[in-house]
Design a protein around this ligand. Structure first.
Ligand code: OOG
Ligand code: MG
Length: 269
């Protein structure tokens, strides 16, 4: 239903952005809003993006969510989705996760693309997607749903920008040419202990398929993935909960490794 007035969308954005700022989690917004479907939710997501850009943030890329079975099963939603990445979400190299600013953060390993050229659907395939990639990187995403216990329907999580909070990307990338991302393995460690493993095939069969999906999905809404932007292709494994003082690392076969720590105490950014 696309007749939902902009004022109603702005109210949704206010609720979600207040929850983020005040660290107060919410019940599902879809419960008492039968008109809140995926299409309306993407309009709300785009308005949140505009608000952030108006406030001086920058749009630095796209994230995919729920692209692996591990994630889909955990969340009980079988459809992938997209969100936007803003410069303020990027954790500089070595910066800790600001635990005190988040509600109930979780971390997941991701394969990340830096784009060489613009990619816009429809009709994007894994092969054309690969040709638009400059470099492939190891990533860790910090998700922090604004919904209680990460309990949401598809439209809720789309409106909430796919639970995005922070992300870290390894500074050195690898050329996509000759990489077999299906067989690219990753090992996820929490405080040195292996907690999960996966290969790139977990992500839509191949992360380049996920990239094509994002470009086609954005294209259908009149948007594109721009040269120089990042694309987070979605958690390869389930996300893990973290606590202050923790250290999370991911090690890939060819993409190298990346470690982030969690700020040790309240008030630390
Ligand atoms: C939704 C966001 C999912 C991913 O990589 O699958 C996501 C959630 O799990 O809260 O970022
Ligand atoms: Mg993710």
């Amino acid at each position: 239903m696309n007749t939902v007035p902009d004022a109603e969308l702005d109210r949704l954005v206010d609720i979600l952005m207040d929850a983020e700022r005040t660290r107060r989690d919410l019940g599902r917004l879809t419960t008492d809003r039968p008109w809140l479907d995926a299409t309306v939710a993407y309009r709300a997501q785009a308005r949140q993006r505009e608000r952030r850009l108006d406030a001086g943030d920058q749009w630095v890329g796209t994230k995919l969510g729920l692209t692996s079975r591990a994630k889909q099963q955990r969340m009980g939603i079988s459809s992938p989705l997209t969100g936007f990445l803003a410069a303020s979400m990027a954790l500089p190299l070595g910066a800790p996760i600001p635990f005190a600013k988040l509600i109930h953060p979780r971390v997941e390993p991701e394969i990340v693309f830096v784009m060489k050229s613009r990619l816009v659907g429809p009709g994007v395939t894994a092969a054309t997607a690969l040709a638009a990639v400059e470099s492939v990187h190891a990533g860790l995403e910090v998700i922090d749903s604004r919904y209680t216990d990460f309990d949401f329907a598809l439209a809720d999580v789309i409106a909430d920008n796919a639970s995005s909070a922070r992300f870290a990307v390894s500074p050195t990338g690898v050329s996509p040419v000759g990489l077999d991302l299906q067989l690219e393995a990753c090992v996820l460690r929490l405080n040195g202990e292996v907690v999960d493993t996966a290969t790139g095939a977990a992500v839509q069969g191949n992360p380049f398929e996920a990239l094509a999906l994002a470009a086609n999905d954005l294209g259908a809404r009149g948007e594109a993935i721009e040269a120089g932007q990042l694309v987070l292709t979605g958690g390869l494994t389930d996300a893990i909960f973290i606590a202050p003082g923790d250290s999370v690392s991911v090690e890939f076969t060819s993409l190298g490794s990346l470690t982030i720590t969690v700020a040790a105490s309240e008030g630390t950014t």
